[in-house]
Ligand binder design. Structure first.
Ligand SMILES: [Fe+2]
Length: 295
């Protein structure tokens, strides 16, 4: 029997009464899907899973999308990414540890960005290292009208690492930075609700604006969206699994844990849907060929 307990913040609920390592009934899955759309982040506690079991559980939520960076791929289950702060010799891996630190959603540099991401805790530090989430429906709905008006109907260019090139080093070929165009305000394909879709980590610029003006406007949007009242944090325990929304929520890792302690997670990403029709995309890309070549 699925039980959904809201965690009291602007998003987030714990799901009890199912074992994510086992096959789910259609009725239980429907309840979990409903809770997912309503709460944006779901937590399942105390169920250790192998990479294969996480992949199986994740496929309840859609087709899995392997990550573009091969170096973190699980050797036997390629659709699973290993998120760790240690290299194969057990030394601190700065690049691995700092991946995903900074507010973002997953895969917006893909023209079909992720629907959801699942993260399963294998090793957690003694303290710190939470994953924080922010509700972008709420950020949009409470945004002052003057700011809303500046971004309504606009589109943005996204690339891996965004305007600050935050992910240098993870690509096999750094000259091929993946990029995409999406609306600044996105209409959720399942709930129909609007949310802020640009994010500080992967958004490059707003289309049709000089770069300085785009930077200034994005800073204003991020200052609003970064307000604490939209946020909630997951305090990890070993064997926790989380599924989160990538269309209406931001998330970030936190570096406030003892770096010599191992932190190891398994991750999967569920493929989403396009954010606009192909003809519109083609037109927008034609208008930004200059900007795209400057990424
Ligand atoms: Fe992420």
């Amino acid at each position: 029997m699925v039980e959904v307990i809201r965690l009291g913040g602007p998003l987030g609920a714990e799901v009890r009464g199912i074992d994510p390592a086992q096959a789910l009934s259609a009725a239980d899955l429907a309840k979990i899907e409903e809770a997912f759309l309503e709460n944006l982040v779901l937590v399942f506690r105390g169920a250790p899973m192998s990479a294969r079991q996480l992949s199986n559980f994740s496929q309840n939520f859609g087709e899995l999308q392997p990550h573009i960076a091969k170096r973190y791929q699980h050797p036997e289950v390629p659709e699973v990414v290993i998120n760790t702060n240690q290299d194969a010799q057990g030394n601190y891996d700065k690049l691995g540890a700092e991946r995903g630190v900074g507010w973002h959603s997953d895969l917006p540099y893909d023209q079909v960005p992720a629907r959801a991401t699942l993260l399963h805790a294998v090793k957690v530090p003694s303290h710190g290292g939470n994953t924080a989430f922010a509700n972008m429906y709420m950020a949009y709905e409470t945004m002052p009208a003057a700011l809303k008006n500046k971004i309504e109907g606009r589109y943005a260019l996204f690339c891996l690492g965004g305007r600050n090139r935050l992910t240098q080093g993870i690509l096999e070929d750094p000259t091929k930075v993946p990029h995409a165009i999406h609306p600044v305000i996105r209409v959720h394909p399942e709930t129909g609700r609007k949310s802020v879709y640009v994010n500080p980590y992967h958004t490059h610029s707003i289309i049709g604006m000089p770069r300085a003006q785009s930077d200034e406007l994005l800073d204003e949007v991020y200052a609003w969206c970064g307000r604490p009242q939209f946020q909630w944090e997951q305090e990890w325990r070993v064997a926790d699994t989380i599924i989160w929304e990538n269309r209406s929520a931001w998330h970030t890792g936190k570096m406030d844990y003892p770096q010599h302690e191992p932190r190891l997670f398994l991750r999967t990403t569920v493929r989403g849907t396009p954010t606009m029709p192909p003809e519109q995309l083609k037109e927008l890309f034609a208008s930004v060929s200059m900007a795209a070549s400057a990424i």
